[in-house]
Design a protein around this ligand. Sequence first.
Ligand SMILES: NC(=O)c1ccc[n+]([C@@H]2O[C@H](COP(=O)([O-])OP(=O)(O)OC[C@H]3O[C@@H](n4cnc5c(N)ncnc54)[C@H](OP(=O)(O)O)[C@@H]3O)[C@@H](O)[C@H]2O)c1
Length: 290
Amino acid sequence: MEIQGKVALITGASRGIGRAIALELAQQGIKRLILVARDRQKLVEVANEIEAMGTETAIVALDLTQTIEINIAVAQLWRNFGQIHLLVNCAGVAYQSSFLQSKMPQVQEELSVNLLGMYNLTSLIARRMASQRQGTIVNVSSLMGKVAAPTMATYSATKFAIIGFTQALRRELAEHNIRVIALLPSLTDTDMVRDLKLFRWVIPMTPQQVAKALVTGMQNDSPEILVGWQSHLAVLCQRLAPWLLELILRIATPPAPTKQQPAEKLKTLIPKLSFLTRIHRFGDLFLSRT
Ligand SMILES: NC(=O)c1ccc[n+]([C@@H]2O[C@H](COP(=O)([O-])OP(=O)(O)OC[C@H]3O[C@@H](n4cnc5c(N)ncnc54)[C@H](OP(=O)(O)O)[C@@H]3O)[C@@H](O)[C@H]2O)c1
């Protein structure tokens, strides 16, 4: 996709991966960015950074679980700014909990933001893209949309669903000249994972690396963009030796914190996992030499 002269709307743009994608698209010379999230102040800060790079911005402080608000916002955006060429559905939430102790409000929030919010916004914008016979939609899934993680059942379910949704739309919207892409980051250092300390056995990627992978993937016309060698290895392993992946996941996934087993005690488990960290470092070194 040619980025120059285009208008993109990015959800989850106030921080983390969404913010990094916005900055990377500005770096690549996009014309205008529409930044969506709930926190207006943070959006203003991101917008200021982007405008200093010469890209126009508009901010929309919006809760993606509020269907009517989304409808009104999209109608206003189309009237005020015209066509949106690129939609990046990046907003998301994640909670870690043992399935047997999961809390319904958290489950509902994950489903509402990660799936229904994305679904609603996409349907409103895809209809307009179809009438213009032009558009690209990027849905941010996760490596957990290919390899489900214990203690993250609902989150993994939403991310698997995003892959299915994306595949279906890709085939259905192709006749309207709309490309639909899935972005699958692995563990990335953002606010989202700061509460998931026990998954730190894998060295996280930076949001900037994820954003660069997206731009490269779009240039290469990739329908699914896996980010980082760990993701490629995990997906390959799942395909060729699923038993091995099961074993690795069993060793690598610490039990979710419970009243009987506080997080403090679990920290003692982390050193046992350091061999995976060493594999990660070796992989990075190997890739940097090739
Ligand atoms: N970090 C990782 O390891 C990782 C790995 C794979 C995939 N991902 C995916 O990447 C995407 C971005 O994650 P991140 O790591 O950048 O997380 P993050 O730093 O926690 O950012 C989440 C973003 O979503 C927005 N958001 C949350 N709830 C919202 C709501 N109800 N309405 C509107 N916006 C909402 C937040 O903005 P406000 O709080 O201002 O609303 C924020 O901008 C997510 O889809 C996540 O599942 C992350």
